[in-house]
Design a protein around this ligand. Structure first.
Ligand SMILES: *Cc1c(COP(=O)(O)O)cnc(C)c1O
Length: 414
């Protein structure tokens, strides 16, 4: 990045500091990943120079012939990856993908039933502080108090009582398998639409490590930057019967010009995800998550729902006598990046919380396996046992740096 260093050394210097932070640290935020050099090159390309409002073959600007080809390739690859009939790759983010689906089929104040943010859901599923919570009528289901898992009988009963026009499933902090077929059946029984938001688990769904919602629920939305390991962005998949409504809702309904450099990078990401090595990667994400879960359980941590089926673990820190905020800050000082998270029986504010969310997608991309997960789990235990023990924190930070810097930052697909 020599041009940047010459013209703007201040920004170039900060990018370099951030690169070193990523290289020397352990990234355990469940929604993050590291992208390949091929994805980075596509994202940083001259494809950013073009306005391409509209869709391939129907643009509102001239000069889009190559952008048409790129967007068609991105759509086709995403359809192949998930076995989808139709894909829209233009949403700027996962939240925008969700809003586009709502906007296509719901009117002001129509009712959405979704998983509570405090119990694993997402802001864009109708949180009161989000536009979706202000514009639509929202009712939330949660997890069962005992099992801390989704209870489909209770969700069905709630759906019959509440009569939402759309049921949303999918979560940001839920470590168990989601039964998409059960959600669609519940929606069908009350004549509602069903949208699955697979933002977190898209890579797992695409490679058979988690059941897929595509072809099962009416709509599937996703981000492209979590387990799919692409550029930051969103996408929507659906059957042909919904294609026109969805496309119109994204553009001109919600967005103007698509981010064509990002769509170009999405195309590259989908090619990587279609490679057999990506299936191995996703399988390893789950193995790593389960190895980490076993180590943390052994170290005395209380896992929400008792374990994990996917890429993440949610710790209930109540028995450790510390808050999520304290755990996040202390592990941060040791070079381990995680995020505080609410737990199902939360008593603290969302800024403090009683929980910690830990995910394996990024460290798995760097090539770490079960052995490293056991090591990292032990470090987490050591640091959180006494968060005032600064010498332990300093020692762990040295060990973290030695481990992390030995693994490449950029994943390679064969
Ligand atoms: C991350 C996430 C999103 C949206 O993400 P953006 O930050 O808007 O790209 C949507 N839904 C779920 C369940 C998520 O976890």
């Amino acid at each position: 990045m020599s041009y940047l260093a010459d013209f703007d050394p201040e920004i170039a210097g900060l990018i370099e500091k951030e690169r070193l932070r990523q290289v020397n640290g352990l990234e355990l935020i469940a929604s993050e990943n590291v992208v390949s050099k091929a994805v980075l090159e596509a994202m940083g390309s001259i494809m950013t120079n073009k306005y391409a409002e509209g869709y391939p073959g129907k643009r509102y600007y001239g000069g889009c012939e190559y952008h048409d080809m790129v967007e068609n390739i991105a759509r086709d690859r995403l359809c192949t990856l998930f076995g989808a009939e139709h894909a829209n790759v233009q949403p700027h983010s996962g939240s925008q993908a969700n809003q586009a689906v709502y906007f296509a089929y719901l009117g002001h104040k129509d009712k959405i039933m979704s998983q509570d943010l405090a119990q694993g859901g997402h802001l864009s599923h109708g949180s009161p502080v989000n536009i979706t919570g202000k514009w639509y009528t929202i009712t939330h289901y949660g997890v069962d108090k005992e099992t801390e898992m989704l209870d489909y009988a209770a969700i069905e009963e709630m759906a019959r009582k509440e009569r939402p026009k759309m049921i949303v499933c999918g979560a940001s902090a839920y470590s168990r398998e989601i039964d998409f077929k059960a959600f669609q059946e519940i929606a069908d029984s009350i004549d509602a639409y069903c949208m699955a938001d697979i933002a977190h688990i898209a890579g797992l769904c695409a490679t058979g490590q988690h059941q897929t919602s595509v072809g099962v629920t009416n709509f599937t939305t996703t981000t492209t930057h979590k387990t799919l390991r692409g550029p930051r962005g969103g996408a929507i998949m659906c059957n042909k019967e919904y294609a026109q409504d969805i496309d119109r809702s994204v553009f001109p309904g919600m967005q103007g010009g698509p981010l064509m450099h990002t769509i170009t990078a999405k195309a590259v990401c989908f090619k990587e995800a279609l490679h057999p090595a990506f299936t191995d990667y996703c399988r390893q994400i789950v193995k790593n998550s389960q190895a980490m879960a076993a180590t943390l359980t052994e170290a005395g941590f209380d896992l929400v729902s008792g374990g994990t089926d996917n890429h993440l673990i949610l710790l209930d820190l109540t028995n450790m006598g510390i808050t999520g905020l304290e755990a996040e800050n202390t592990l941060g000082n040791a070079g381990i990046t995680v995020n505080k998270n609410t737990i199902p029986r939360e008593t603290r504010s969302p800024f403090v919380t009683s929980g910690l969310r830990i995910g394996t997608p990024a460290v798995t991309s760097r090539g770490m396996k079960e052995e490293e997960m056991v090591q990292i789990g032990e470090w987490i235990g050591r640091v959180l046992k006494d968060i005032t023990d600064t010498s332990t924190i300093a020692r762990v930070q040295e060990e973290v740096k030695a481990l992390a810097s030995g693994f490449p930052l950029y994943p390679e697909i064969a």
